[in-house]
Design a protein around this ligand. Structure first.
Ligand code: ASP
Length: 443
């Protein structure tokens, strides 16, 4: 058994958290590759080390007291090092970082140092080898992961090092500079390491016991998800459920390695399993419900549209010409609706409408705004009947008007659009219908 374990910033925010992590790793000899984030917040109003570094970068390019900022960052590490009783000194590393920030400051380098330093501390604490991600993760010219080179180099390296700490979040760009993933990207590093070490499990340790069926800011104390498939997770994360970086699924997906989301503060909780496929039924037909506000729908109507070849393409071309990405596209016999993000669309709405008229010659084009989308996601829907009826009944009973419905043929999700003002109430009622059936409508 071989496990890759990634620890998020809150799991490594101070020496006490480090001790919990050390205990977790030492309690299971199969936890051989460790991917740490930078130290996160110790309390609500605290600042993540990555944000402190980004501020240092701003100071480096615009002027200000760089020494003061770097000392504050160093103090975070020194506190951890002392709390763990380690004899490690980061003086030389900070001298190098300062020199770089003075001579050649650039954002990704600065942001990446949080993980670099934390991995050094972690390696010293565990007695594991430190492998710099710069040497084993590569990006191509477009800034995407160079999978071929990364896999080749990383596999070779890991084969020689049975236990190692590898900093998350960054790698090497095509031009030899340091390059980072987007924020939260240590999740992606962990996934790449898991794929390339042929791990049996990728454990992603954070400060919650896995995914919840609904957003706890909307639903009071939601139940957690035991098992979710990669596909379901994609749907829910797209709709705003965020525990894991969206791109973290791709590297391990093809290797079929399960991800186990675990809680550093409650290590005995089983957490959530993210798997390729499972025979395990979800406990409630639905796996999760999530949603987002801020959508507009462009309704295009034309008599006999269904028999006009190329009509949809022409409509879509109007969006493409204006660089607007499309989120959903439910269609009727003589209508099609294109759902877009309001933020992206507002500035260009008139250009898009005139382009639709020019290209597709429709009878009517109408815009509706203030829409929220809600996705009810669940692999169990395929084999259960009445799921859609339950969703719609929940909304009807709560007096919520459904503005649009879209169910993909995969039968993995049902998407409904409601007015933004009804968003939270809609989620709460859908949640209750499936998780606590029989409890009447709630506000
Ligand atoms: N430290 C980085 C961030 O705050 C990356 C990570 O934590 O995964 O986004």
């Amino acid at each position: 058994m071989k496990k890759v374990v990634k620890f998020g910033g809150s799991s490594l925010a101070d020496a006490d958290q480090f001790k919990k992590v050390g205990k977790i790793i030492r309690s299971d000899p199969s936890r051989v590759y460790v991917v740490p984030s930078a130290p996160g917040k110790r309390f609500d109003t605290d600042t993540k080390v990555t944000d402190m570094l980004l501020k240092a970068y701003e100071i480096a390019i615009h002027g200000g007291d760089l020494d003061k900022q770097l000392s504050a960052i160093k103090a975070r590490y020194d506190e951890i090092i002392q709390g763990l009783g380690l004899g490690l000194s980061l003086d030389e590393d900070f001298a190098t970082i300062k020199k770089m920030m003075l001579e050649n400051p650039y954002k990704d380098y600065c942001a990446s140092r949080g993980e670099f330093l934390n991995a050094k501390v972690m390696a010293a604490y565990l007695g594991y080898e430190f492998i710099d991600a710069y040497e084993i993760i590569f990006f191509n010219e477009e800034g995407a992961l160079n999978t071929y080179k990364t896999n080749r180099v990383m596999r070779e390296r890991l084969a020689q090092v049975p236990k190692a700490v590898i900093p998350g979040f960054y790698g090497q760009a095509k031009d030899g500079k340091v390059e980072t993933f987007s924020r939260g990207g240590s999740d992606v590093t962990g996934s790449i390491v898991a794929a390339n070490s042929q791990a049996d499990v990728y454990e992603n340790w954070t400060d919650v016991s896995g995914f919840l069926v609904a957003d706890p800011r909307v639903v009071n104390n939601p139940v957690s998800i035991h098992t979710i498939t990669y596909k379901e997770l994609r749907e829910l994360s797209y709709m705003g459920a965020s525990v894991l970086h969206e791109d973290a699924i791709f590297p391990i997906r093809s290797a079929g390695i399960p991800i186990n989301i675990k809680n550093t503060n409650h290590p005995d909780d089983e957490g959530t399993w993210i798997v390729e496929s499972t025979a395990r039924k979800s406990n409630y037909t639905i796996t999760g419900v999530a949603g987002k506000k801020g959508f507009c729908a462009v309704l295009v109507q034309k008599a006999m549209m269904n028999s006009e070849i190329g009509f949809c393409r022409k409509v879509l071309q109007a969006f493409e010409e204006n660089g607007i990405s499309i989120e959903h596209m439910p269609s009727g016999i003589d209508t099609m609706t294109v759902v877009v993000h309001k933020d992206e669309f507002l500035d260009k709405e008139q250009q898009v409408i005139s382009a639709i008229h020019r290209l597709a010659e429709p009878d009517v084009v109408e815009i509706e705004s203030g829409l929220a989308l809600i996705a009810v996601v669940g692999r169990g829907m395929k084999s259960a009947h009445g799921t859609a009826a339950k969703v719609f009944t929940a909304l009807e009973k709560a007096n919520i008007n459904i503005r649009m419905i879209d169910q993909g043929s995969s039968e993995l999700n049902i998407i409904t659009a409601v007015d933004e003002k009804d968003f939270e109430k809609a989620i709460r009622n859908i949640y209750n219908t499936f998780i606590h059936p029989g409890t009447g409508p709630v506000d």
